[in-house]
Design a protein around this ligand. Sequence first.
Ligand code: FES
Ligand SMILES: [Fe+2]
Length: 330
Amino acid sequence: MDRHWPQRWPLQPVVESDWAEQEPTYREAEPAIIDAALKRAEARPSGNWYVFAASRDVTSARPRGFRAAGTELVAWRDSRGGLHVGPGSCPHLGAPLSEAAVDCDALVCRWHGMRVGPGAGRGWKPVPCHDDGVLAWVRLDRIGSEEPLDEPVVPERPPATTGISAVASMVGVCEPSDIIANRLDPWHGSWFHPYSFTRLKVLSAPPAVLDDQAEDRFLVEVTFRVAGRIGVPVRAEFVCPEPRTVVMRIVEGEGTGSVVETHATPLGRAADGRFRSAVIEAVVADSSRPGFALARRAATALRPLIRRTAARLWRDDLAYAERRYALRNR
Ligand code: FES
Ligand SMILES: [Fe+2]
């Protein structure tokens, strides 16, 4: 059957091989390379911006409470769709503003009716926020301590007119660096996630000491398993545009230009004294290529399976990040 499979079809049969028979990758996956890539990412400016939610999850219906870098915050939208963010605690007696009512574009506290918002609220000041169309960001200058930037460093994405986006988030017991370090180790792919990746080959990795010649990116050849013995072979690069973001961009194959952005946001320490961080992952798939319609039709049928596979992938990657954190804090 495989011989007759059309070469140009986005979905290709996967040749099964024994998991333990794969070529080990630990020799190439040098800790020094991963650490150096992480350090370079951490040295890039973020302008003190943190991703906190999917754009579509912040509405004018009700405020959304969240934490970023140990700060309690609240977000909502006004009637024109404008995003607002500010302290999540009422300046009067500290009621949670996540339970406030949205009225005339402001928040009204449930306890005694104090109104806070863009132009109102004694002792309550909004904080800078940004909506990039897929994700909502907040700027925390007191915590970030970097030179503030007017806007966050948003990765290059397929155009909003043709791209299809989906956002998922999870919380782990770790720091953002653990989440980023996991993504800067592409070598674990087909060993740790054989249910999702197969035939993974790291084509190039930036050296630990980057010279003018070398590009600061990982280039990978991989087949994404969509179901059982069916996969999509692609080439993808991994880059860090800012300290808390890793972008996987498909550079060759079906869905070229599509990105998976992994954003790591520190939440702060929990009651147990250990750190919590959120992984907010945005998939922006390009739909402008002719083959995409075909893939999409197939994907509709396979979606429940894909979703289950993706959930497992995130769980495992978070377990990797949490283990990294635990080892550092033993
Ligand atoms: S606690 Fe909010 S108005 Fe009193
Ligand atoms: Fe992974």
